[in-house]
Write a protein that binds this ligand. Structure first.
Ligand code: APR
Length: 231
């Protein structure tokens, strides 16, 4: 059965009401990413960083998956073992739509990590700099998200999936941030066909592009794939 590798970005969650980063009213037009999404920013002002992620966590708790998340979960369930879902997003909307084994390469908003002992646990809705780590009690808790300048998670697993991909699909990502932005090249070099689903075509080179809102183009694409049978 054909191996499909999917990479999602903020655009897949845009219609669920979560902000994207680089669109006209995106998060990076409201916040200085140096202050809220780098280890240096966290060291300088941990309270500001926690406020930023507490606000995004509150947004997420009030949000719901949209038809794009639901369609991807359906594809994965219909093609067991043949669909690898990688996301740059730190939200849990793929999981809440029923997706499993989602590879969160930039971490997860609903997880917390201890900067002292690396213990990871389910994040409370509101986090504060002096929350003690449940494991080592150090007041060094941070959101379990990957900041600029830090290594993304699960890169080995991702590399292996790209190596054996027959089809690579990038959904709702601007292709601005590496290493995710390089996955389309890596998959193509390994012989995969590549497809972009986005509100508009990005500068990256794909074999095919389908433009439109994710809640429309993703379910339509999944219907096409499932309509093709084993494919
Ligand atoms: N449907 C489909 N695509 C959409 C929609 C929509 N409704 N709305 C926006 N998009 C597309 C935009 O056209 C853009 O290509 O989503 C993309 C959003 O791009 P970014 O805001 O750059 O988000 P992303 O690519 O996920 O950013 C990657 O950068 O800031 C870091 O760690 C952060 O994971 C993030 C990474």
């Amino acid at each position: 059965m054909q191996q499909i590798v999917i990479l999602t970005g903020a655009g897949v969650s845009a219609e669920s009401g979560l902000g994207t980063f680089r669109d006209k009213d995106g998060l990076w037009t409201k916040y200085d990413l140096e202050e809220v999404a780098t280890p240096q920013g966290f060291a300088r002002n941990p309270a500001l960083v926690h406020d930023f992620y507490n606000a995004r966590r509150a947004n997420l708790l009030a949000a719901a998956p949209n038809p794009a998340h639901v369609a991807l979960a359906r594809l994965q369930a219909t093609r067991p073992g043949a669909v690898t879902l990688i996301t740059q997003n730190v939200d849990d909307l793929h999981e809440r739509a029923g997706a499993r084994e989602v590879i969160h390469m930039h971490g997860q908003l609903m997880r917390a990590r201890c900067a002292a002992c690396a213990h990871v646990w389910d994040a409370p809705p509101v986090m504060a700099p002096d929350d003690p780590c449940p494991s080592c009690a150090a007041p060094a808790t941070r959101p379990d998200v990957v900041w600029f300048g830090e290594f993304p998670y699960h890169m080995e697993r991702i590399g292996a999936a790209l190596e054996r991909a027959d089809l690579f699909v990038a959904i709702g990502t601007s292709g601005n941030v590496y290493p995710a932005a390089g996955f389309v090249q890596e998959a193509a070099m390994a012989g995969a066909r590549t497809l972009e689903l986005n509100l508009e075509s990005t500068a990256a080179r794909f074999d095919a592009v389908r433009t439109g809102p994710a809640s429309v183009v993703v379910p339509a694409w999944v219907d096409d794939v499932l309509g093709q049978g084993a494919g």
